[in-house]
Every structure is written in C-alpha cells, then in structure tokens.
Design a protein around this ligand. Structure first.
Ligand code: ADP
Length: 403
C-alpha cells in the first residue's frame, strides 16, 4: 500500500510517499514559495539524489500537480502510475473538540475543520486548501485527516481549563487544546517500545523541541497535560515565540508601545523567544555557537532550559513520578547542551545523564541516562509522517487505530 502524506502550509506543501506496511518512505519533498516569485520544488527519492526545480506555482492545486508529476517522472519518480497511490493522509493542525483521533475526510469533517478556523486562522485554511486540491486531483481514493490536537483530547478538564469565566469556554471554546500531538504520540509509543514495557505501565514526559516547542505528560499512553494551549504560543520558550508570560504584559506593552492587535501578535509570535532575548537568532545552532562569547545568547539558552526544567518538574508532579523523559525535534535530537543544562541538578528525582552518551551524535533512537539513573532519558527522532501514513492505512483497511 502507498500513502501520499501531505502537510500544507500557507505557502508550502510538504509531502512524503510512504509504504506504511513496510514503514518505508519512498520519496519526500517540499514545494515552497507557492504564489510568490521563485517557487521551488525540492524532491528527494529515497535511493537517488535530491533535485530542485523552480517555476511559477500559483496555488496549492498546482503545487500538488507538480508533486504528482515528479512522483511519476522517469528520472526522479517512485511510481509509474497515479493509481499506485492508495490513499492520502493530510496533516490538519486544529480539530478542536470534535476530533480525538484520525478520520476519513467527509463533507461533514470538512465543515468541522472549517469551524475550527477561528482557533487556527493561520493553519486550518491552508490545510483545507490542501485537502480540496488533493481531492480534486485524486478523487477516487480515500483522504484521511490526522489532527495535531487529537492526541491531547484525553486531557482532563482540570488540565485544559484556564482560570477564566467558564462561560468563555462554553461560548468560544477557550481552553487548552495542545499541539504537536502526532509527534508526542509517536515518541511516547516509540519510547515504550525502546524500553520494552507496555506503554500503559509507563509515566512518560516527551519534549518536542523544534522551532516550535512543547512538552507533554503521558500516562497509560494518554496525554494528561501539555504546554501549548489555546494556540501554539503558550508554554516553553521557542525560536520566535514567547511561551508563558503574565497576560497583563500584552495589554501594558500595547499601551506603552502603541501597538495594535496585529503588531502585538507579530511581536509575540515572530520577534520573541530565542530571537527576542538574544537579539541574534531564532536558530539554536547559532545561539549555541555564540554561547560562550555572547552573554545574550547564553541568557536566551538559559531561559530556554530553565523553563523546560520547570515544566519537567511540574509534569513529574502531575504524573506522580516519571519513568522516562524523551527528547525529540531538531533541538531535542541534536543539542546535548540543551539536554545537559535542562537535566542538571535533577538527580534528586532520579534523573542522571551519562555525559558521554549524551554527547554521541546519531540519527537513531538512543538512551543517554547513566546506568544508575532511575529515570530513563531517551532521544527519539520523531516521525509524524509515518504516524499519518499508518493512521491512513488503518482507517482505509477498517482496522482500529493504535495508540
Ligand atoms: P521545525 O519545528 O520547523 O520542524 P526542527 O524540528 O527542524 O524545526 O528544529 C529546528 C531547530 O533545531 C532549530 O532551532 C535548529 O537550530 C535546531 N537544531 C538543529 N540541529 C541542531 C544542532 N546540531 N544543535 C543544536 N540545535 C540544532
């Protein structure tokens, strides 16, 4: 079976062709700058070199047409006929309270995703554009929606409610939804497999640290709390996003700096986080390159790891203990300094890193804790596309979804 996995952004379409039965990706790529000058398609078949093609790509439908034609092309393709694609799996950012798992995309599902545009105005419209275009181009096969929010729908009300008038939850759906759910789900499941115990017997904390960062507390294979909230702005410090702060600051700054709503939104989402504190970069590699020479780079790094440490401590409290802490995402998988600084001084709760293992570079999943550590510390490279392909296969075959 072959699944085309699509992740559609406002000006990009990321794709992979995956055989979920063999858990194998045949090709992956991305179309960028859709609707702008200099659109480019970067395509990598698993067994050949990457190619880049540029041209005019005016909308998402044209982008997916280009993707299909390169998948079929003689030199760079991985299929001979469009009919070899059995189903399409779509990443959808916000499913609100309507979706606690992946679903076959029907007209009713599309309506519900449209209703969630209010919650994710930057993401859901692009996701819908991708679904619409792909359904037009591949009309005779099933399309499945996999939601970033779905895994966190298991959170209990005491974790997802804010201290606001309850009527706002009822009237406007103001609550914690959480994001990166597909990654937290994959990483926790993979961690349990790596440890060799049933996930139902483990208390796991997963740290997804990429450009966006979030952390989740997982008990019995279910998310019981996570740091991103109503939007992906809450929680950990991120590349350009502030994460947690006193909400009164926004009102104060809007008045002091005479900012409108759009400017305030841009400041919180694009000019804050590592970028805002360091004044240098949102990219953790650059922050770490200057860690010893530039005090603001060090400060940004320290705020990042201190906040992560606080969240790990609070999630250990929420879980009543922790068996495993798993790191993933570009930073979580690659930065030994982030992992070391975050977990330093946590020996009192049974967390002890092996400094040598922590420094080893590898693309594989691995354990980095000391042999005397009560808590297992793992690095698990995430694979959201594989989860989307597996869910799509199971829904198409009518099988129950695995955790
Ligand atoms: P996205 O959330 O966009 O998918 P990634 O998961 O690729 O992003 O993570 C991007 C982040 O990972 C950037 O901050 C980048 O600097 C960081 N990163 C990648 N490689 C390293 C590395 N070797 N050391 C430290 N940080 C790294």
């Amino acid at each position: 079976m072959l699944v085309l996995v699509l992740n559609t952004g406002s000006s990009s379409v990321k794709y992979q062709v995956i055989n979920p039965e063999e858990k194998k990706a045949l090709a992956k790529g991305v179309v960028e700058r859709i609707g702008m000058a200099g659109a480019v398609l970067t395509h990598k078949p698993f067994d050949r070199d990457e190619v880049k093609l540029s041209g005019e790509i005016i909308d998402h439908k044209m982008a997916i047409e280009y993707v299909l034609s390169i998948l079929l092309s003689k030199n760079h393709g991985v299929i001979q006929n469009k009919n070899e694609i059995d189903a399409v799996g779509h990443r959808v950012v916000h499913g609100g309270e309507a979706f606690s798992g992946s679903v076959l995309i029907t007209d009713e599902v599309i309506k519900e995703v449209r209703r969630c545009i209010d919650f994710a105005p930057l993401h859901n419209p692009s996701n819908l554009r991708g679904i619409d275009a792909a359904k037009q181009l591949l009309p005779n096969i099933p399309h499945v929606g996999v939601f970033d929010t779905a895994f966190h729908q298991s959170m209990p009300p005491h974790a997802y409610l804010y201290g606001l008038p309850y009527v706002l939850y009822k009237r406007h759906g103001i609550r914690r939804y959480g994001f990166h759910g597909t990654s937290h789900r994959y990483v926790s499941k993979h961690a349990a497999w790596f440890i060799g115990k049933p996930i139902e017997s483990l208390k796991i904390i997963t740290c997804h640290l990429g450009n966006g960062c979030s952390i989740a507390a997982i008990e019995n294979g279910k998310s019981i709390d996570t740091s991103m909230g109503f939007t992906p702005l809450e929680g950990l410090l991120m590349g350009t996003r502030s994460g947690d702060m006193d909400p009164a600051i926004i009102l104060h700054i809007m008045s002091k700096e005479e900012l409108g709503m759009n400017d305030a939104n841009t400041m919180l989402n694009k000019h804050s986080g590592l970028q805002g504190i360091s004044g240098l970069s949102s990219d953790m590699r650059e922050i770490e390159n200057d860690y010893h020479e530039n005090s603001r780079a060090k400060l940004a790094h320290d705020v990042f790891t201190y906040r992560l440490k606080k969240y790990i401590g609070s999630y250990a409290a929420a879980l009543g203990g922790v068996d495993c802490i798993a790191f993933t995402g570009g930073i979580g998988e690659n930065s030994d300094l982030v992992r070391a600084n975050t977990l330093s001084g946590m020996e009192y709760m049974g967390v002890r890193l092996d400094q040598e293992k922590n420094k080893l570079r590898s693309k594989e999943e691995r354990a980095i804790h000391h042999e005397n550590s009560a808590v297992q510390v793992l690095v698990i490279p995430t694979n959201e596309e594989l989860v989307i392909a597996l869910d799509t296969m199971r829904i198409v075959k009518g099988e129950p979804l695995a955790i």
